[in-house]
Ligand binder design. Structure first.
Ligand SMILES: Cc1ncc(COP(=O)(O)O)c(C=O)c1O
Length: 406
């Protein structure tokens, strides 16, 4: 066994014994195709890179690692740019269609129907990244946005949302309290909730959001085929908040490899907010109570998205919860580049998968039960860059700019 890159840290691993027996596939082909055509048509669309990390792979004793680096997505710093903004566009187009107007997102972006769309308000709760995407989508496609943040969302993240012209409202409590508050205010004011989490009676928009995320997963698999021809990933580590992005990745893996041929999908959460792991263990949604106080702000969710959970119960192989103490060391490993690997700016939530990989690879039982070994090829989703630049600099010891400058 190679020497671990991280000191041992406690983690929890749950193998999904209900895989293929409980839950259900949720995301469909039509939604995938619609999101792909729409998002790829945006003038500033460009795939984010999949970065091979051969130095890290050889250091930990696996055959290959590819890191999908979402730091540059649409200049917003995270994959979330794909979901919320796409859902805003879809919503406005549906509203126009309801009035008999067949418009395109290019019409919206040009302001052609601004007199109508300006009267529409979209809203959501966010820990930062989703709200930034909804605000950006609202600005781009011509409607108003009111974004709810909870107590501990940093001022930097709030300012990044306000920069896109949204009204930002801070409310007491956790992310889940902000979700409830956005829903209540929307019902009273006749606004539309553009949420990344689904609940009973509210599924259409979260499906649009997840369909948008599938673009990231599809890009990654295409890039993997080019970088590692004939050697598909054997393992995929995806971060889990409410489960939306992991569900999108699961659906895309099933699309690419078939249900039976999928790489092992491991969903990774903070151990203080592991609602997906606990729910998978129970076979039904279970909420995590308390402060959900984790440095992985994007993953600080106490309640699963019902649809995403169904997709994951059906398709994910394992759920893993990792402690906060491994986050900064993992961010530093990527910032430094192991064994001559490129230096990468990865935010707190982006390194959950790397943390899980390192912890599992150096634990004999976990490695063996996940069949993680010398011949494994691992795809990691690095879902954000330095979306909170001050926190990034504090955790890594230098700024994102200086990491990028090498
Ligand atoms: C950077 C980052 N990664 C992962 C996630 C988790 O996504 P989901 O809530 O869809 O599981 C989030 C959610 O905000 C995020 O911001």
């Amino acid at each position: 066994m190679p020497k671990p890159l991280l000191p041992p840290a406690p983690f929890r691993l749950h193998h999904n014994v209900l895989r293929g027996r409980a839950g259900a596939p949720v995301l469909d082909q039509a939604g995938r195709e619609a999101a792909s055509a729409e998002i790829r048509s945006w003038p500033d669309y460009a795939p984010t890179p999949l970065v091979p990390l051969p130095g890290l792979a050889s250091r930990i004793g696996v055959a290959a690692i590819g890191y999908k680096d979402e730091a540059g997505r649409f200049g917003l710093g995270s994959f979330k740019a794909l979901g919320g903004a796409y859902a805003v566009a879809r919503h406005l187009l549906r509203r126009l269609a309801g009035s008999g107007i067949a418009a395109t997102s290019a019409d919206l972006a040009s302001g052609r129907f601004a007199d109508r769309t300006r009267a529409i308000t979209v809203t959501c709760a966010t820990d930062g990244n989703h709200g930034r995407s909804v605000a950006w989508g609202a600005q781009r496609f011509g409607c108003r946005a009111v974004i709810y943040i909870h107590e501990t969302v940093s001022e930097g993240r709030a300012a990044a949302i306000a920069r896109f012209g949204a009204e930002v409202r801070r409310v007491p409590g956790t992310y889940d309290d902000a979700v409830r508050r956005a829903a209540e205010d929307a019902a009273r004011e006749d606004w539309t909730v553009v949420s990344d989490t689904s609940y009973p009676g509210y599924t259409e928009i979260p499906c649009d959001v997840m369909d948008g995320y599938r673009v990231m997963a599809a890009e990654a698999l295409g890039q993997w085929r080019a970088a590692f021809p004939g050697a598909p990933p054997t393992h995929v580590f995806a971060p889990g908040g409410v489960g939306g992005v992991a569900a999108a990745i699961a659906a895309e893996l099933a699309h690419a490899f078939g249900e039976g041929g999928m790489p092992r999908l491991v969903v990774v959460e903070p151990d203080r907010a592991d609602c997906l792991r606990r729910s998978a263990e129970a076979g039904r949604p279970v909420a995590v109570e308390g402060e959900l106080d984790t440095v992985m702000a994007g993953l600080a969710c106490g309640e699963v998205s019902l649809l995403a959970f169904d997709e994951l119960l059906w398709r994910a192989h394992a759920f893993m919860a990792v402690p906060d103490e491994v986050v900064a060391p993992c961010m530093r490993l990527l910032a430094d580049g192991v064994g001559g690997d490129p230096k990468l700016v990865a935010g707190e939530s982006a390194v959950a998968g790397l943390a899980a990989l390192l912890l599992a690879r150096s634990d004999a039982d976990a490695a063996s039960s996940l069949r993680l070994g010398e011949s494994s090829r691992v795809l990691l989703f690095g879902t954000e860059g330095a979306t909170d630049p001050e926190l990034y600099a504090r955790l890594v010891g230098r700024s994102a700019e200086s990491v990028r400058a090498g």
